[in-house]
Design a protein around this ligand. Structure first.
Ligand code: ADP
Ligand code: MG
Length: 695
């Protein structure tokens, strides 16, 4: 049995309660009584009935009772406590209890003559049927059986099930307000929902012997009691999102009317005409910037759809309105490229740009920071170094975040706190947001979509090639370089070790330099290079002084070299779908016919095979993202895995789409008709916090 239960019987020195317990509860996200009520079981055990020892058979998870006839510590094959239990009315019906870790007190509790009740999995042992580490307690003839199923809760080290069970049961019963209804009668009636109190009481301690259908619904979390809890959770999320949106509309942001002085010039001097889609989203953004409440807009467009020029126009509207702009990219390479491109676009327009990245020499950083602080620099471009301590942008009017999905929800929320509250925000992403996420975690954003690629793009032909045919590919690449084509050769992804990835990159560079010989000039680009060297290499590639650029995934996002028309990806089976799509999007930008070669190592696993098939069959980023979601689930999209943030606890973004829609509609109606109920509901689920995700 669990240590806690033993402790309850007083056989272990009692640890001081209080701080220890509240820390343990905090680890479970439980801070208030209301949280305990919402701490729902993972599953149940049936302690309501006893199975006679004579009817036990291996594989059953059951409760049984008997008298201890013998207790011994055995030493072979390892130290263990072995007890033999028998049915007093049928001495031949026996069960062995085996404990590999135990306290001396347990040996006393399980002394011969004691009557004990055990719960556990029955298995075949060499001394007959046995249970290993069963739960147990000493009973008398009239110790009652519980009349409800026994909940098994998510718990944490040091907090035993029994303690948690008692705590939850006591809390649920303690104060009727904790289980009171927050939803108005009409909403409950319309959806035929269970009452909240009935639902939580049922879920904590359901009655035994449910019929098969009900039992299945309970396990699958489709039971009406679960539906009610999931709905409530989603409703709280929707209410918090709306609260956010409303709070935003009340905040003041600078009105960036613009003069056209800079934006018009930029449109005139770029060597292309804006697509209709670009014109359209640019109008949406320009309109937002003129409003006195902060914009929070996501600009969504496939790889190569031309998001940068739209961002540049937005930036210029802010700058010509007398404000400063911060433009942030997730990698140094990408930030650097934006810096160069914007510097060339804006040359001679009198816009002063400050470049900030993590690896900037102290002296340069200091002058960039000073220029921003004094307002001399209008435009800050860089990595997340832009938002680090000591960097002040006193007249910040607009913050632009490129490839925002790379930053994850946690960073996105952290950014909100970084003095951005009063600025307009433009986020950009090539990864479309799955619909359920657009309705939930991203519902506080406005979205603009670039649904058209600039003209003159040549579709990329994708080839799946086994490593066995590597030599052919090398020869083909050599020949293509002879015809003036340029090539990205992407190193295998080694997630476990950056060092190993680096070594592989260097080795690949050496190999290709040797095998391509006179046919091509081979360059190397990886994340550990000094920024100046990176920039020089990129520059040489852009100028055509390098034919084949061996690169780690640093080039994954946003890099733009139109003459490069071949992409080779080593160990493509290791990459995620959106990474493959992003990488492939680096080619097909010029007039030349482009090819992406996906080299794979056999044998390829099932998931990897599914990914390669999707990337081979699809060119459209939206379709690829949809398939990606089917393979991985939306949690991944949020970057939750990395950040460890609790997302929705009960509702499932894939399975509960219908409930999400109902919750969204209900949130609107509730706020309008019953704002007090809405507040009470949010209180219960969020305890007054408004950030659902960080709640
Ligand atoms: P992404 O949306 O992936 O960030 P970019 O902004 O990097 O795309 O644009 C990709 C390429 O297309 C760049 O070379 C850019 O200069 C070019 N481009 C952008 N808009 C147009 C357009 N309307 N017509 C032609 N080329 C364009
Ligand atoms: Mg881009």
């Amino acid at each position: 049995m669990s240590k806690a239960a033993t402790r309850d019987k007083g056989s272990l020195p009692a640890k001081p309660a209080g701080r220890g317990l509240s820390d343990q509860l905090a680890r479970l996200g439980i801070a208030r009584d209301a949280d305990l009520v919402l701490h729902l079981p993972l599953r149940y055990e049936d302690h309501t009935r006893l199975t006679p020892l004579a009817s036990l058979s291996p594989g059953l998870s059951v409760q049984a009772e008997g008298e201890i006839v013998n207790t011994d510590i055995q030493y072979r094959p390892r130290r263990q406590l072995v007890c033999l239990m028998a049915d007093p009315s049928r001495r031949d019906a026996q069960l062995v209890l085996r404990f590999f870790t135990f306290y001396p007190s347990q040996q006393k509790t399980l002394a011969p003559g004691h009557r004990v009740r055990v719960f556990g999995d029955v298995r075949e042992g060499h001394m007959g049927l046995e249970m290993v580490h069963p739960q147990f307690k000493v009973v008398t003839d009239d110790t009652p059986l519980p009349d409800r199923l026994t909940p098994v809760y998510p718990t944490t080290a040091g907090l035993g099930q029994e303690t948690l069970r008692k705590l939850v049961a006591r809390t649920v019963a303690s104060d009727p307000a904790l289980t009171a209804e927050t939803l108005p009668e009409w909403l409950i009636a319309r959806r035929k929902f269970w009452k909240f109190g009935d639902a939580v009481r049922f879920l904590h301690t359901p009655p035994p012997r449910l019929n098969a259908l009900t039992q299945h619904a309970l396990d699958a979390r489709t039971h009406p009691a679960w539906t009610r809890l999931k709905f409530d959770e989603l409703l709280a999320q929707q209410l918090s999102l709306k609260a956010h949106r409303q709070a935003r509309s009340l905040r003041r942001a600078p009105v960036l009317t613009g003069t056209g002085a800079l934006t018009r010039k930029l449109v005139e001097r770029v060597p292309f005409k804006l697509t209709r889609a670009q014109e359209h989203v640019w109008r949406e953004i320009a309109h937002d910037l003129k409003r006195a409440s902060p914009m929070q807009r996501l600009l969504q467009g496939d790889v190569g759809s031309g998001k940068t020029i739209v961002a540049a126009l937005a930036a210029l509207q802010a700058i010509e309105s007398g404000k400063q702009v911060a433009f942030m990219a997730p990698t140094e390479i990408l930030a650097e490229q934006h810096y160069r491109k914007l510097a060339s676009w804006l040359e001679g327009l009198g816009v002063r740009i400050a470049w900030l990245s993590g690896s900037l020499p102290a002296k340069d950083r200091k002058s960039a920071v000073a220029a921003l602080a004094s307002g001399d620099a209008h435009f800050a471009i860089g990595t997340h170094a832009l938002f680090q301590e000591g960097v002040e942008v006193p007249k910040l009017g607009l913050a632009i975040i490129d490839e925002q999905h790379r930053f994850g929800v946690a960073q996105r929320l952290a950014l909100r706190g970084k003095g951005l509250a009063e600025a307009h925000q433009l986020m950009m992403s090539a990864t479309p947001i799955p619909r359920t996420l657009a309705m939930t975690f991203y519902a506080d954003l406005d979205v603009s979509v670039l649904d058209e690629l600039p003209p003159g793009r040549t579709p990329v032909a994708t080839r799946l090639v086994s490593q066995k045919r590597r030599r052919e590919i090398v020869a083909w690449v050599g020949k293509a370089c002879g015809e003036g084509r340029q090539v990205y050769w992407v190193c295998p992804l080694i997630e476990e070790s950056e060092k190993l990835e680096l070594q592989t990159a260097v080795a690949l560079h050496t190999e290709l330099t040797a095998s391509l010989g006179e046919a091509a000039r081979v360059g190397l680009l990886h994340g550990r290079m000094k920024p100046a060297d990176k920039a020089a290499t990129m520059d040489a590639f852009v100028k055509g002084d390098i034919d084949v650029l061996v690169a780690t995934t640093v080039i994954e996002v946003g890099v733009d070299v139109p003459n490069a028309s071949i992409m080779v990806i080593e160990h493509a089976e290791r990459f995620g779908l959106s990474q493959l799509h992003q990488l492939r999007g680096r080619v097909g930008r010029g007039a030349a016919e482009s090819t992406c070669v996906l080299l794979f190592e056999e044998p390829v696993g099932e998931l990897a095979k599914a990914r390669l098939k999707v990337i081979f069959e699809n060119n459209d980023g939206f379709e690829i993202a949809r398939q990606d979601l089917l393979i991985r689930g939306p949690g991944e999209f949020l970057g939750a895995r990395q950040s460890g943030l609790p997302l929705l606890r009960f509702a499932d973004l894939e399975r509960d789409v219908a409930l999400i829609e109902q919750a969204r509609d209900a949130a609107d109606e509730l706020l309008q008709k019953e704002p007090t109920a809405a507040r009470a509901h949010m209180m219960r689920w969020l305890g007054g916090k408004t950030d659902f995700i960080t709640a």
